[in-house]
Design a protein around this ligand. Sequence first.
Ligand code: CAO
Length: 451
Amino acid sequence: MSAIVEIKVPDIGDFDQVDVIELLVAVGDTITAEQSLITVESDKASMEIPASQGGVVKAIKVKVGDKVAEGSVILEVEAAEEAAAAPAAEAAPAPTAAAPAAPAPVSAPVAAPTPVAAPAPASVAASAPARVSPTASYAEAEVPLRNLPHASPSVRHFARELGVNLAQVTGSGPKNRITADDVRAYVKQALATGGASPVGSTLPGGEGFSVLGWPKVDFAKFGEIEAKPLSRIKKISGANLHRNWVMIPHVTNNEVADITELEALRQQLNAENKKSGLKVTMLAFLIKAVVAALKKFPEFNASLDGDNLVLKHYYHIGFAADTPNGLVVPVIRDADKKGVFELASEMSELAAQAREGKLSPSQMQGGCFSISSLGGIGGTDFTPIINAPEVAILGVSRSAMQPVWDGKAFQPRLMLPLSLSYDHRVIDGAAAARFNAYLAGLLADFRRIIL
Ligand code: CAO
């Protein structure tokens, strides 16, 4: 026997109502879990909604132009008996599931589906725990797309396959949206005119530059190989990291903070709180100190919006978390209103959720400034990539005992490397050096936080 199951719009972050701009499946299609079903678009971003489970499409409940929100029914599928009877946690694909049949979205975060909450006979699925896959670690949905080409994820994917820079394509769809036909027409015209410009990279509004195509190498010629599909998170964060690296003029300022006393305090606090099981790591202190530095240097707590700098009066701090599926950046809200213990506890909870793939999109949005700490692993310095639309990010490496000259003799001091990458369009080098030196001063004498 088989059951009819409704597939609904999952948690899509802060979007209340989004427009359906594309149907990617038809009645009668056999779909697989994670296959993209529809493309939706808000005024900020477009995203594809994937299927929470496979089956045969029996009815489509939306059409192009409809508005949908979390919980709206997209379609009904006839699930195979095993799929319908399987525990819902299995029905909702894990983020590590095989590459989706439809192209992975690159222009926006996509929430993988929550398990279907449907009337009987789909009540099996309805009993499933809410489970949302991690989405883009870099909060694309919040990037003002005003200067970016307007196109659905599948059109972007199509353009990427052809090496077409969408910034150079004129859209003929509603609101000048670029369609697949526009991309085809562009390629045809480019071929007809000798392929002058379409392939390569040109920054929107800039003079542009051409780059060689990606080398195509038959690696198998040189030895045994194995091809492993990138995870959904890797694909999304990769596209975001690429854009941020190419579009933001990054400069990194390196500083070292003397954390000898702070480390002693941290160890003392952890010894006193052993029973609670809550461990405070250096990162919790760093968040506190970063908030104080953001208050002193407000242009670091800002985003570029065209010719305006949007200064934020709230302090939501993101921290990069390494997960089996890739990098995600959960955000601690209102970090200025929280103490070190509360920050440590929230961070450990968010990091655990990140590793289990249970973060919701809203837990990764709204960040003002990010910290990427590799201190638990190693390294002496690195260049973190700014998490647009933020304007700076702090990279933290491993602290080490070093001989520090005190004017009379070398003293053994615990030194913490701080690498501050900043958007040079917004922040001058001197301001960055001041911010980093101020931060190092706070960490060297944490009492200064209260001043
Ligand atoms: N120097 C020396 N030791 C450090 C340190 C530092 N800067 N930072 C942390 N440590 C120590 C901790 O004290 C802890 O030691 P003990 O186990 O002896 O107590 C150990 O390293 C492990 O810490 P942690 O990594 O569990 O905790 P954290 O709060 O430092 O970091 C988290 C939490 C989630 C940020 C981290 O686990 C993580 O995922 N880091 C990777 C982030 C990343 O991938 N960044 C790169 C992004 S690309 O730009």
